[in-house]
Design a protein around this ligand. Structure first.
Ligand code: TYD
Ligand code: MG
Length: 445
């Protein structure tokens, strides 16, 4: 009898090692290796894994993408780069309870109502539970087929038989292949199930959505598109963000609100995020940030208060912590605002996350405003990247940002001087161009 072979896999990134390791050499995670039985060489499943491809001149390959399938939910279609591409594999990650199943059921219903057969495979809920949810959100259609199954082989059989227009797997962690000995949900199983589902998607041109709880890095490499569902339980809004997209721009976001009848699109997110903004409060600044191709106004709040700790506290929620430290140092050296002995808290209101350096100037303005206890004019927006010598650097796509600010009734914009050359004039918007942090303080109040 053949001896079964085991290996150790990092449960975060899928790194394989013949021995147990305390620290993963690939993702640097600690204590994340688990032993898994790996498949036998004579297992049936892998043998059939092939595209049956032949080498061909690149000139003969059709570049025609085909028509994209629209989900009927504009926010999702935009995040996907204009709809779903035939045969693509899309991973949707996010914390449990964030609304992945709800969203996918809504998407599937929309496609089914359009007269196409869709298959929703669930290994997490019973058909009855899915029916209850579908009643709640009004997602019912004759062509929406529900399959409760966890066996990979059986799922693939059903897909072959039904030939649906699209398949959803909820969730990839529950699917398991009989070819592997390791437990359902282990990295080995998730990788095996994903690769075979993706292969089947590509061969048959049927797009597949894989829902994942925590998304192991290994999956992100395998799929065409990675969407991440974010938001926190304290807020009703949900953001779906494309982390990777082979068929469109990345970092594109779609905004939804979780209501009692499912997820509802938020077509005007700037107004949504600014709805509760305090007027004339020190420490509050509005920044037109860019998410993918879309400008969104966000409110950055800072609270600077005298610290009684030996090492003052620095907390940044929604912006990069390291950049805040850098900006505090620049404020100190260049502007003479000595924040060294203060506790500093930065928060992006509504729980949004903004990663781009274009928000630097807004963060600096918010800290200065709180420290000096003077409010910034509530109809002013501020943006620019800040360098270590206190210079204010240009940001990309200034025009769309300024237009969005004008649309929401802002009438003054403080921005980098270097952006002026490419800026088209927007009526009713007063532009204040600055080149260093010193200029900022002169123009801020
Ligand atoms: P769900 O889609 O099950 O999340 P996931 O699949 O990501 O784990 O969403 C569950 C949460 O959403 C749950 O806390 C209840 C809430 N919810 C609503 O608020 N309204 C609704 O119409 C539905 C269906 C769910
Ligand atoms: Mg779910």
């Amino acid at each position: 009898m053949k001896k079964s072979k085991t290996s150790f896999f990092c449960q975060h990134c899928g790194y394989m090692s013949p021995k147990w390791l305390g620290k993963c050499p690939s993702c640097s995670g600690w204590n994340c290796f688990a032993e898994e039985l790996v498949s036998q060489p004579d297992s049936g499943g892998r043998a059939s894994m092939s595209f049956d491809g032949k080498p061909q001149p690149i000139e003969d390959i059709s570049a025609d993408e085909g028509e994209r399938m629209l989900t009927g939910i504009a926010e999702i279609d935009r995040v996907l780069g204009g709809g779903i591409v035939d045969g693509s594999a899309i991973l949707i990650g996010g914390e449990p309870g964030i609304g992945k199943s709800t969203l996918m059921l809504q998407v599937m219903k929309n496609i089914a109502v359009g007269g196409r057969k869709v298959l929703y495979v669930s290994g997490e809920e019973s058909a009855h539970q899915i029916k209850l949810r579908s009643n709640r959100i009004g997602a019912s259609a004759r062509d929406l087929l529900v399959l409760v199954e966890v066996s990979l082989e059986k799922i693939l059989d059903h897909v072959k038989k039904i030939e649906p227009a699209i398949v959803v797997i909820d969730s990839i962690q529950t699917v398991y292949s009989g070819d592997l000995m390791s437990a359902p949900g282990s990295v080995g199983q998730v990788r095996e199930a994903s690769s075979r589902l993706i292969l089947s998607a590509k061969k048959n041109g049927i797009p597949v959505f894989l829902i994942g709880h925590v998304t192991p890095k290994v999956l992100e490499h395998m799929v065409d598109t990675v969407l991440y569902f974010e938001g926190d339980s304290g807020h009703a809004y949900r953001i779906i963000r494309s982390i990777k997209n082979r068929f469109g721009p990345t970092n594109e976001i779609g905004v939804f609100e979780m209501q009692d009848k499912g997820l509802k699109e938020v077509p005007n997110p700037s107004a949504f995020f600014l709805a509760e903004r305090p007027q004339n409060a020190p420490g509050s600044v509005v920044v037109p940030s860019l998410e993918g191709t879309r400008p969104i106004l966000v409110e950055i709040q800072a609270l600077v208060s005298q610290s009684n700790l030996g090492m003052p506290r620095r907390t940044a929620i929604g912006v990069d912590h390291n950049r805040v430290s850098l900006l505090v140092a620049v404020l100190d050296r260049i502007c003479g605002l000595h924040l060294g002995g203060s506790d500093i808290f930065i928060n992006v209101a509504g729980g949004v996350r903004v990663e781009e350096p274009a928000v630097d100037l807004g963060v600096v303005a918010a800290m200065a405003s709180s420290f000096l206890d003077r409010p910034v004019d509530p109809r002013t927006v501020i943006l620019g990247e800040v360098g270590l010598t206190g210079e204010v650097r240009a940001v990309s796509q200034m025009d769309v940002r300024v237009k969005e600010a004008a649309r929401l009734g802002f009438d003054k914009c403080i921005l980098p001087k270097t952006n002026m050359a490419s800026l088209t004039k927007t009526a009713k918007m007063e532009i204040c161009a600055i080149s260093s942090l010193k200029d900022l303080l002169e123009n801020l109040f």
